[in-house]
Every structure is written in structure tokens, then in C-alpha cells.
Design a binder for this molecule. Structure first.
Ligand SMILES: Cc1cc2nc3c(=O)[nH]c(=O)nc-3n(C[C@H](O)[C@H](O)[C@H](O)COP(=O)(O)OP(=O)(O)OC[C@H]3O[C@@H](n4cnc5c(N)ncnc54)[C@H](O)[C@@H]3O)c2cc1C
Length: 437
């Protein structure tokens, strides 16, 4: 049976706003390579760069089904987060949290270096982020967050409702905690800039979906429509589509989360933001809403999860989410008349039941990093680089740390129990977080 491939819904605002993209290169026939990397998101781009830098004489092939930036890495909210996220901050030893934090900082430092060195125009902003609370329930979550940060020894600032309203231009929020090392970016511009500046021994083929991956003794055959690559090593950087190659089928929960972007705000409307002209806010309640004011004066909202065992959503869901995003923005900004959305899109996120990601070898010489629990920009970047190190047998403290903090995603119950359970869990989270949507 043919495998299911990624599709672009043609609606991602970040991608639509790019002013330039590359023409796709073509390749035909039988080809030999030293490594084939499948998937051109944060993981695949970082893996290709690191592998090629370590072995400048190797032929490194990067195959992407769509255009770079049309996968989740160009569709996200653009927060490069330094802190361990959600349960990684709540659970586990202090030592594990410190390792995750150090690895995330290394990813941010790597990205900063590439952005500066290659002058990638991606609205890179070292503004930190606000963790925002709605009402008493939200403040309860923030108190818990503050305790976790204290235990971790991480500095933060508590911002009360009025100064917060001056920044966010909205009275909707009751309190926030500001932490200062998160970086905000235009994600599609960042990944495209990374793709444009890969080392010379990386050949990137966009719009070249991999249709089959077969192993023959010590070699893999990786087939696209017009070419077959033979290589001794493969790195899968295919996010939820990894299931299609027969791996982690029973451990991954393929989901989508959704974002919308408004029209640019007018100069007059921008006056409600009294302090800064761009910022990012993530919800104190994990089931809540992420919100940004982008550098080009648009509000970007993200919330809602949908379980997508067949990878794709339906138009009805997207319309309903678009309406709820508009409603959420109107509740936060009643002063903006005629607030309209220019774009609404969904993007793939892999979750697991025990909140563990996967990093390492799926099979001999077949590597994967994914199931990032919907925060994979920094994790994808560091794990992509470290997969390349692992594939080449290069040892480093970072690789040892990554292997040490990595556990296996839990096994799912069989269908139909899985779908029923996940949908019920998501419906409950939606109800509990209704005031945050
Ligand atoms: C709306 C939204 C908001 C988010 N916000 C944030 C955020 O602010 N911060 C954060 O850290 N994370 C965020 N995330 C999560 C983050 O985007 C992902 O965790 C991360 O991009 C995953 O990177 P990746 O390289 O593993 O996957 P992807 O970027 O999805 O890359 C996988 C690539 O593989 C390609 N592919 C799949 N199958 C094949 C095949 N057969 N042949 C060839 N290519 C194939 C796909 O086309 C895709 O481009 C968000 C996600 C979404 C959807």
C-alpha cells in the first residue's frame, strides 16, 4: 500500500508572507550517497548541517516532500524556548532539568550563530516571553510555575495586570511571569534561511517525497518518484509521518494544533501597546492560548488540539477553529473594530502518552528524533545536530546528556480504545481551559 504523504493546506501565514523561495532542484536515476536525511524541518536541517560540517567530503542528501517551511517547523508560533517545557519542568530530577535547559540553550546559540553569520532575515527577537494567566485559576497555575522556577534557580519577573495590559494592550490577563531567554522568530523565514545556507555538500531536494524505504543488508534504498538513493545511513526527520515507514506506530499520537494571523494592525490600533511593538505570550494553563504580536504588526493566536490518526484535518474543523480564534481575539481586543483574520492553518504535532520524546536509533543505522510534545523548535535543532554526531560516532558531552535524558514514549492502547481515550482527554482539556481560549 502506498504510504500517506504530507500535504500543504496552502494557508500558513508565515509561509505566505515569505518574499522569496528557492526553485526545487531535480534528481533522477540511481544515486549513491553517504547519508540520506528525510524531512526538512528543524531536525532535518540541523542534522544535514552538522553531518556535512563534520564530513565535508561526504555526499549528504536532504529530501523534503513539500517546500521547506510548509511542515510544522514553518507553521509554529515561533517561540525558541530555553526552559524545559511543561512536564519536563514539573517532573524529574533537577539534574535532568538542567541538562534539558543546557541543551536548549545550545540550540538557541547554534541558531543565533547561523542567523548572524548568514544574515538570515527572520525577525529574530531576544525579548523573552510572558507566561500569562486568566483569572484566579490561571494565577494558581502561575504560582505553581513560580515554585518550579524557584526550585530550578531561574530568575523571573512577576507582572501584575496593569503593567501587563500596557504591554499586551489587553485587560484580559490577570498576571504574568516574564522570563527573558526565549527568542521569537518568523519560523518559515528562519527555516528557509537555514535551508538556503546549508554547507555545499548538502543537496536539498524539495517536493521530493520519499515513497519507500527498504533495507538490503548494510544499505538502504530510499525511493522518490524519479530517483533511488542507496546509502549506508538514514536519518528520519519526518515528525508524525515516521509512522508511515513502520516505526513507532504504537507509541505516537499524531495531532494537529491550529494558529491564525490577523491583518496588520493600523498605526492607530498599535497605540494600545504602550511599551513594545512585538511580544510573545504562552498560557499558564497548558490547554490555553499562545498569543504574539509579530514584528509586522499582526496578532498571531494558537490553541486547540485535534487527534489526526490519518494525519489530515477536515475543512469543517478548520472553519470552527477559525471562528473560535476570531472570538478569542475579539474578547481580548474589543477595541479593535473589524478585526479580521488573513490566515488560519493547522500543523502536525506528535505527542506521547507519557510525555516522552524519541531520540536515537530506530534500527541499525536508521536514526530518528521526534514526538516533541508540540515544542520542537529548540529540541528539534539540538537533536538534529546530535543525531548527526551519533550517526558518525562522534562523542560529545551534549550527546551523552541527550541520551541520558531520553526515555521511550509509552505504548498506546489498541484502537478503538486509543481514539476514544484521546478524544475524551482532549474534550476535557478544552472544557477545563474554556476561559483561556
Ligand atoms: C501551530 C503550531 C505552533 C507551534 N508552536 C511552537 C513554538 O512556538 N515553539 C516550539 O518549540 N514548537 C512549536 N510547535 C511544534 C514545532 O513546530 C515542532 O515540534 C517542530 O517543528 C518539529 O520539527 P520536525 O523537524 O520534527 O518536524 P517538521 O517540521 O514537521 O518536519 C518534518 C518534515 O518531514 C517531511 N516529510 C514527512 N514525510 C515525508 C516523506 N515521506 N518524504 C519526504 N519528506 C517527508 C514533512 O513535509 C516535513 O516538512 C508548534 C507546532 C504547531 C503546529
Amino acid at each position: 500500500m502506498p504510504i500517506t504523504l504530507p500535504r500543504d493546506d496552502g494557508r500558513c501565514g508565515w509561509y505566505k508572507l515569505l518574499t522569496q523561495t528557492r526553485p526545487s532542484r531535480q534528481v533522477h536515476g540511481r544515486q549513491r550517497a553517504d547519508v540520506v536525511i528525510v524531512g526538512g524541518g528543524f531536525v532535518g536541517l540541523a542534522a544535514a548541517r552538522a553531518y556535512a560540517q563534520l564530513r565535508p567530503d561526504h555526499r549528504v542528501i536532504l529530501l523534503e516532500a513539500l517546500k521547506v517551511g510548509q511542515g510544522a517547523s514553518g507553521r509554529n508560533s515561533g517561540f525558541l524556548i530555553d526552559l524545559p517545557h511543561k512536564r519536563d519542568l514539573e517532573l524529574g530530577s533537577l539534574e535532568r532539568k538542567k541538562k534539558i535547559y543546557r541543551l536548549n540553550l545550545e540550540a538557541i546559540a547554534d541558531l543565533r550563530h547561523h542567523v548572524q553569520h548568514h544574515q538570515i532575515q527572520c525577525d529574530w527577537e531576544e525579548t523573552g516571553k510572558y507566561q500569562v494567566a486568566v483569572g484566579e485559576r490561571g494565577i494558581g497555575f502561575l504560582k505553581n510555575y513560580a515554585t518550579l522556577l524557584d526550585d530550578f534557580g531561574y530568575p523571573y519577573t512577576i507582572i501584575d495586570s496593569q503593567p501587563l495590559a500596557d504591554v499586551l494592550g489587553s485587560n484580559y490577563y490577570s498576571q504574568a511571569i516574564h522570563t527573558d531567554k526565549c527568542v521569537l522568530v518568523q519560523p518559515a523565514a528562519l527555516v528557509n534561511g537555514l535551508a538556503d545556507t546549508l554547507p555545499a555538500n548538502v543537496e536539498l531536494y524539495e517536493e521530493h517525497p520519499v515513497l519507500e524505504l527498504a533495507r538490503h543488508n548494510s544499505q538502504f534504498d530510499i525511493s522518490t518518484q524519479d530517483a533511488v538513493f542507496t546509502a549506508p545511513k538514514v536519518i528520519l526527520a519526518t515528525n508524525i509521518f515516521t509512522k508511515e515507514f513502520g516505526y513507532l506506530q504504537a507509541r505516537m499520537l499524531p495531532t494537529m494544533t491550529y494558529a491564525s494571523m490577523t491583518r496588520p494592525l493600523s498605526t492607530d490600533e498599535m497605540r494600545v501597546f504602550r511599551q513594545v511593538s512585538s511580544w510573545g505570550a504562552t498560557p499558564a494553563d497548558h490547554g490555553g492560548t499562545t498569543l504574539r504580536l509579530s514584528r509586522d504588526r499582526r496578532l498571531v493566536i494558537r490553541n486547540s488540539y485535534q487527534f489526526v490518526p490519518n494525519y489530515h484535518d477536515d475543512l469543517g474543523t478548520r472553519r470552527a477553529i477559525r471562528d473560535s480564534h476570531l472570538q478569542g481575539l475579539r474578547a481580548r481586543y474589543p477595541q479593535f473594530e473589524n478585526l479580521t483574520l488573513d490566515y488560519t492553518w493547522g500543523g502536525a504535532c506528535a505527542l506521547s502518552r507519557n510525555y516522552q520524546a524519541f531520540f536515537g536509533e530506530l534500527d541499525k543505522h536508521l536514526f530518528f528524533s521526534g514526538i516533541h510534545q508540540s515544542v520542537g523548535a529548540t529540541r528539534g535543532t539540538i537533536t538534529g545536530k546530535l543525531l548527526a554526531h551519533m550517526a558518525l560516532g562522534e562523542h560529545s558531552e551534549s550527546l551523552s546528556d541527550m541520551l541520558e535524558i531520553s526515555q521511550k514514549p509509552a505504548i498506546n492502547p489498541p484502537e478503538p480504545f486509543l481514539s476514544v481515550g484521546v478524544k475524551a482527554r482532549m474534550a476535557l482539556a478544552r472544557r477545563e481551559s474554556a476561559s483561556e481560549l
